[in-house]
Design a protein. Sequence first.
Length: 117
Amino acid sequence: MTVVLVVLATLSCGAVATVLRFVILRAAPVVGLHGVNVVGTVLLAVVVALLNRGSLTWPVAVIFGVGFSGALTTFSTWIVLIDQRRQTHPWRTLILDVVLPSLAAVGLSVATFIVLG
């Protein structure tokens, strides 16, 4: 696969993931935000685990890991949500918007490596 094809495929996957993220966040802003971040993180863990065991090539890993997973997740929107919600409910925000999604993403990613590794 040529570099040009990898770049075009990465951009295409990124575009699809961006539209998907937009639709999900419009439908369910808070739950959708946590959902896309956790799912995107787990998808990246799947890509890395499959790459690690030799089931994926580097170009395919870049296309799905960087293109799709990278565009699906959104750190900046997460930080804006935390900043807005922490002013009225700091402890609830810490637990529901920081700790639980982070634990879910890390826990599911570790489980992915255990299952696929």
